[in-house]
Design a protein around this ligand. Structure first.
Ligand SMILES: Nc1ncnc2c1ncn2[C@@H]1O[C@H](COP(=O)(O)OP(=O)(O)OP(=O)(O)O)[C@@H](O)[C@H]1O
Ligand SMILES: Nc1nc2c(c(=O)[nH]1)N=C(CO)CN2
Length: 160
């Protein structure tokens, strides 16, 4: 059994797509924990605001299976391989951690966005404050405490 954390993001029909993304994760992985939903401005490009959340679950799937499944769910929700990195997106699912695995393929783990983006770190902190980041060698609570919160503005939204 591996503990995994997945970040969800959407800035096209963001309420509907984030909700459908959480439902799809529940369908494939079973009951999961998830953070509040946060809204923030698009980081890195000019575009509509995003909704972001982080989900955590225990799974028997291998790392390859999880990566393939996340891509399939993205495709099921209108993502196309041609979407550029900094562009609007219906649903983005990124694996943040697969236990304490450190690797570059099939996914970069732990994902480096964890320590860079408040829209990942704050929701992760909500559900996994004691999870240990094997590269930063600190817990998520320690990373969030040390994060410069003036960098990005985000706020919780009423959801469900
Ligand atoms: N931790 C990860 N989670 C998901 N995909 C990853 C990860 N690490 C590498 N990838 C790979 O990188 C490819 C590009 O993904 P990446 O997530 O960097 O770009 P993107 O989906 O366009 O933008 P975003 O940064 O919003 O996810 C993915 O298709 C996947 O194969
Ligand atoms: N606020 C916010 N900005 C972004 C996001 C995101 O999920 N939230 N994802 C991006 C592409 O990975 C680029 N910019």
């Amino acid at each position: 059994m591996a503990r995994i954390y997945i970040s969800l993001g959407s800035n096209i029909n963001k309420h509907e797509n984030l909700s459908k993304g959480l439902s799809a994760l529940r369908y494939y992985f079973g009951a999961l924990e998830h953070s509040s939903v946060f809204e923030s401005e698009a980081v890195g490009f000019n575009g509509s605001n995003f909704y972001n959340s982080v989900a955590g679950v225990d799974t028997d799937m291998t790392l390859h299976q999880v990566c393939a499944l996340l891509k399939q769910i993205e495709r099921d929700h209108g993502r196309t391989p041609a979407d550029k990195k900094f562009s609007p997106r219906t649903l983005d699912l990124d694996l943040l951690f697969y236990d304490d695995v450190i690797c570059d393929t099939p996914a970069q783990l732990p994902r480096d966005e964890i320590t860079k983006n408040a829209f990942v770190l704050w929701p992760l902190f909500e559900i996994a404050p004691d999870f240990y980041h094997p590269i930063a060698q600190a817990t998520i609570a320690e990373l969030w405490q040390g994060y410069d919160k003036s960098q990005q503005k985000l706020w919780k939204v009423a959801f469900e």
